[in-house]
Design a protein around this ligand. Structure first.
Ligand SMILES: *Cc1c(COP(=O)(O)O)cnc(C)c1O
Length: 398
């Protein structure tokens, strides 16, 4: 194992590797650090290409040793949306489809890692607030690891997530508040020793699973990062994780210094990062009365706010808010144009790219990668079917 220590993301204070952690003493996320010089000796373009595909092949830059708790996480494909690109006059548009992972969302990568670590450390019970997908992934990997799970969701959490989470045997509660308020209750239980708190970025290993998106896309694109990445931003673990991954890849000699511009996409009904970005703030204030159809990015307050804003600014990207109508329109358009069903958060990302084109933030000939973080089939869709009485039907009129 190459993890040497963990580090407070704000103060740089060091913490011991190989044990459970939550936030640093400063109340900020911890980041896992590695002996990258050692990793370099065995982690090469060739060795990576020769390994069994999947997130676990990046072992030199992952915190676990031994058998992972795994449901067979595939490498997710990058798909060209040719007609969607053409509709807006762009030459290419790529989407990395994380909906192919177990439990139908990219949360599987993070929770596979967090649960693997928790099992290694002998954790018996995990608590988590969730808008849906994280709870389902926690419950699935928890079931596999023999760890009990307690999941608290806001009332607007999609029904399918709530029932799926319960199907894996988790204790699921639907509560009358936002995700950060559910998180406060989970924190209280953790302080009382009832369970281990696995909230976004309050546990350091989930991020290490999510950063694999960055490793994987670099390899898939021939070790050449795209010009821009558009990411649906709630707690921001994916964006922060990829930013960390690119640094590690460069230090390991696998990519050069070029970085993609990172675009954090939020819904107008919950856009704390966009507001902070536009004001030039380092931290983001809580967003009151958060509401959007894209529930995965309905996060009023993120503990990693400054890490999201730093990555976006350092990369030369931006934080962009999109209206609800544009989200639904984008989902509709891509489904009809390219046969690709985005989840609503993915629709927000496509809408964000369209807005960025119009504002001149990206060019029509740039290589842009969008993220679709969940399977579109997990969400309610409009019923556009028509009724038919078979005895009276004239096939020519259909
Ligand atoms: C959780 C989630 C997000 C937000 O991910 P973060 O990396 O935590 O910002 C986006 N889309 C979907 C579908 C999600 O489930």
């Amino acid at each position: 194992m190459n993890a040497t220590h963990l580090e407070c993301s704000l103060t740089g204070e060091r913490y011991e590797a190989g044990r459970v952690h939550n936030l640093s003493k400063a109340g900020k996320p911890l980041l896992v650090r590695y002996d990258i010089a050692a990793a370099r000796r065995t982690l090469t373009r060739q060795s990576v290409a020769d390994r069994v595909p999947g997130m676990w092949k990046w072992r030199e830059l992952l915190p676990h040793d031994g058998e992972p708790v795994s449901l067979g996480e595939p490498e997710t494909p990058i798909i060209a949306l040719t007609n969607t690109a053409a509709r807006d006059g762009a030459s290419t548009l790529l989407v990395k489809d994380e909906g192919r992972l177990p439990t139908g969302s990219f949360k599987a990568r993070g929770l596979a890692m967090a649960v693997t670590m928790a099992k290694q450390f002998g954790v018996e019970r995990i608590g988590m607030p969730t808008n849906g997908n994280a709870g389902a992934a926690l419950a699935a990997y928890g079931a596999r690891a023999g760890i009990e799970t307690v999941v608290i969701c806001p009332s607007e959490t999609p029904e399918i997530n709530v029932t799926e989470t319960a199907a894996y045997g988790a204790r699921v509660y639907v509560a009358d508040g936002q995700i950060d308020e559910c998180g406060a209750l989970v924190g209280k239980g953790a302080a009382e020793g009832l369970w281990f708190d696995c909230s976004t970025l309050k546990e350091p290993y989930r991020l290490e699973g999510k950063k694999v998106m960055g490793f994987e896309l670099a390899e898939q694109l021939g070790w050449e990062v795209p010009d821009a990445i558009f990411y649906p931003t709630g707690g921001g673990t994916g964006l922060i994780g990829m930013w960390k991954a690119f640094d590690e890849l460069e230090k390991a000699g696998l990519i050069r210094s070029k970085r993609p511009r990172m675009y954090a996409i939020q819904a107008e009904g919950c856009a704390p990062m966009v507001r902070a970005f536009e004001r030039g703030d380092e931290f983001a204030e809580r967003w009151e009365h958060a509401a959007t159809v894209a529930t995965g990015i309905r996060v009023p307050k993120a503990v990693g706010d400054f890490l999201i804003l730093r990555a976006v600014r350092e990369s030369g990207g931006a934080a962009i808010a999109v209206p609800e109508g544009a989200i639904l329109q984008a989902v509709d358009d891509a489904a009809r144009d390219d046969g690709f069903l985005f989840c609503p958060e993915g629709g927000a990302v496509l809408a964000g790219w369209r807005q960025a084109l119009q504002r001149g933030l990206v060019r029509h000939d740039e290589r842009v990668l969008l993220f679709n973080c969940a399977n579109g089939n997990k969400y309610p869709l409009v019923d556009r079917s028509r009724k038919l009485v078979l005895g009276e039907a004239d096939p020519a009129a259909l």
